[in-house]
Design a protein around this ligand. Structure first.
Ligand code: KIV
Ligand code: ZN
Length: 564
């Protein structure tokens, strides 16, 4: 059997009795470090060329990143060249620190310092693998042997930095594969590195704890981070950074819980590009903070530009459901969701606290349009269809017509099997309700109020074929209805009727909608006109005309008798 879970062992719990992180609340953005140009780039099918790297770097600067890992210059000539270009061409803003990665091997460390010559400030990021699996199977060294690699690397970093006093140096150390490392041993190595770097004497030091492979639930990672913070020396003088990967799909959650557990800094990439399932997604984590009312200290308002640049540089498209960034993440297709969104948006006033059902943040904050929020397919209901007509055509429908029309739209969506766009919705509305049946266009009318009620005269038709009718009733509708009943030889009742003044942005000023019952069947029509009376009379004529279209022969024979 190849699909056999017994092949795997569960991750051993930390057994931390004094954990405090579950009660912590994140109230401030961590320090961010973007590693798109190093970890992200290393994971690409086609690594970025210089032009793409420059675009990515410029975007990261524009978004507000102050620490950017630009490459692994000792391992890659393009990374070396890019690092030189940034420094020599003065492309690094004064408030931005570039970071470069190096393995703890002397020749690589030396080459790394060559790459950084002339920088104003830089972070040298030293790493070696510390996990049990790597020690035993990859390096075949014991704990002391692995610790010595880190210590010798730290010593060389310090020595080479001392030779370049003009650069403001930050030293960073990562016990790579930290999540697979015994905690007491991780602390032993970290302390040994810090014994060389002496953060307590003013050297800026970052200890980065990587979930190189995400091996357990995020709470376990938080326990690991808190444990290290509690047991390491000189904690107060050291910045704790986390660098999570997404193997179990929890890269963001792990980083968030790690911040609760004491991490000061978070490394990740835009939209989560990185090895295997990716790095921690900086966009999601920053926007999660934003949605809690916390300043993420990054400007992500131009989300379209972010996805555009990331897609161009990584040649990976953004998933339409990617949190905050995907095409569909602010869209509701489901009827009940659309209804709730429509009602909440109608009540929302700029300056209010955001409280809109189904929308955790205001799409407008990320440059998204409300137009995208409600889209129509066969799952949509009356609320969504009404919302689109209102939003795009300023046409508000009465509830009974919303129900009726949404069935028309749903039927169309079921037939086409896809989305019905706003233009198509309007076309369906015109076709089913506003279109005037041949021969039933209102030409003129005259209403006359007497003691007995209202007398109505109306002319309708096209070209030479104009009909004239006259009737009487309590109001205009009843008077014209009475005339039409006689003309057509029918009995009709007005089942539903509504007229509205229309919002700005339409050619007409009024919309009238009417549903008649004739011979046990319903006939609905709407009409747009400059005034409500014209709209009402036209809607009535159109509804009767629809009935007539079903029974033309009978209508013909009694046409003349209606003018009385
Ligand atoms: O995932 C990882 O462990 C890394 C380190 C080099 C920090 O990318
Ligand atoms: Zn990584």
């Amino acid at each position: 059997m190849s699909f056999d879970h017994r092949k795997y062992r569960p991750f051993s719990p930390i057994g931390k009795r004094d954990r405090r992180w579950p009660d912590q609340v994140i109230e401030k953005a961590p320090l961010w470090c973007a590693v798109d140009l190093r970890d992200g780039n290393q994971a690409l099918v086609k690594p970025m060329n210089v032009d793409q790297k420059q675009q990515m770097f410029d975007l990261l600067v524009k978004l507000g990143f102050k620490e950017i890992e630009i490459g692994f210059p000792a391992a890659s000539q393009p990374d070396f060249d890019f690092c030189r270009r940034l420094i020599e061409e003065g492309r690094i803003p004064d408030d931005v620190r570039v970071q470069v990665l190096t393995q703890a091997r002397p020749e690589l460390i030396e080459r790394t310092f060559e790459a950084l010559k002339g920088a104003k400030q830089a972070i040298v990021h030293l790493y070696n693998s510390t996990s049990t699996v790597q020690r035993q199977q990859v390096f075949k060294l014991d704990k002391a042997g692995i610790r010595d690699i880190a210590v010798r690397g730290a010593e060389l970093v310090k020595a080479l930095a001392t030779k370049e006093p003009g650069v403001e140096w930050t030293f960073q150390y990562s016990p790579e594969s930290f999540t697979g490392t015994e905690l007491d041993y991780a602390v032993e190595v970290i302390d040994a590195v810090n014994a060389v770097w002496q953060p307590q004497n003013g050297q800026r030091v970052i200890i980065n704890l990587p979930a190189t492979v995400e091996m357990a639930t995020p709470n376990v990672f938080a326990d690991q981070v808190e444990w290290v913070c509690d047991h390491m020396q000189h904690r107060a003088h050291i910045e704790i950074s986390v660098h999570t990967h997404n193997d179990r799909g929890c890269g963001v959650a792990a980083a968030e819980l790690a911040v609760m557990a004491g991490a000061d800094r978070v490394e990740g990439t835009l939209l989560g590009n990185g090895e295997r399932t990716g790095n921690m997604d900086l966009v999601t984590m920053a926007m999660n903070l934003y949605s809690q009312g916390i300043d993420p200290e990054l400007d992500l308002s131009g989300m379209a530009e972010i996805t555009d640049v990331v897609e161009r540089c990584t040649e990976i498209s953004t998933h339409p459901r990617h949190p905050y960034a995907g095409d569909l993440v602010f869209t509701a297709f489901s009827g009940s969701h659309q209804d709730a969104i429509r009602k909440c948006l109608a009540q929302y006033r700029p300056g209010d606290a955001w409280q809109v059902a189904y929308l955790p943040i205001d799409p407008a904050d990320l440059g998204r349009r409300y137009e995208e929020v409600v889209r129509i397919n066969s799952q949509s209901g009356k609320g969504g269809v009404a919302h689109v007509l209102e939003r795009d055509y300023k046409i508000s429908l009465p509830r009974w017509l919303q129900i009726e029309f949404s069935k028309v739209v749903q039927q169309e969506a079921e037939q086409t099997g896809g989305e019905i766009n706003s233009l198509e919705i309007h076309r369906l509305f015109e076709q089913h309700y506003l279109a005037v049946p041949q021969g039933w266009r209102l030409k003129s009318y005259d209403l006359h109020r007497t003691d007995e009620g209202v007398q109505a005269q109306a002319e309708f038709g096209e070209g030479a074929s104009i009909s004239a009718v006259r009737g009487q009733g309590q109001g205009a509708v009843e008077a014209l209805a009475e005339a039409l009943e006689r003309r057509q030889g029918i009995t009709l009742s007005v089942d539903a009727y509504e007229e509205f003044a229309l919002g700005e942005g339409t050619n007409a000023n009024a919309l009238a909608c009417i549903r008649l019952k004739i011979g046990g069947r319903s006939f609905t029509a709407g009409a747009l006109a400059e005034d409500t009376t014209s709209a009402t009379l036209q809607a009535l004529l159109s509804a009767v005309g629809r009935h007539a279209a079903l029974a033309p022969a009978r209508t013909q024979s009694i046409v003349e008798s209606a003018v009385g």
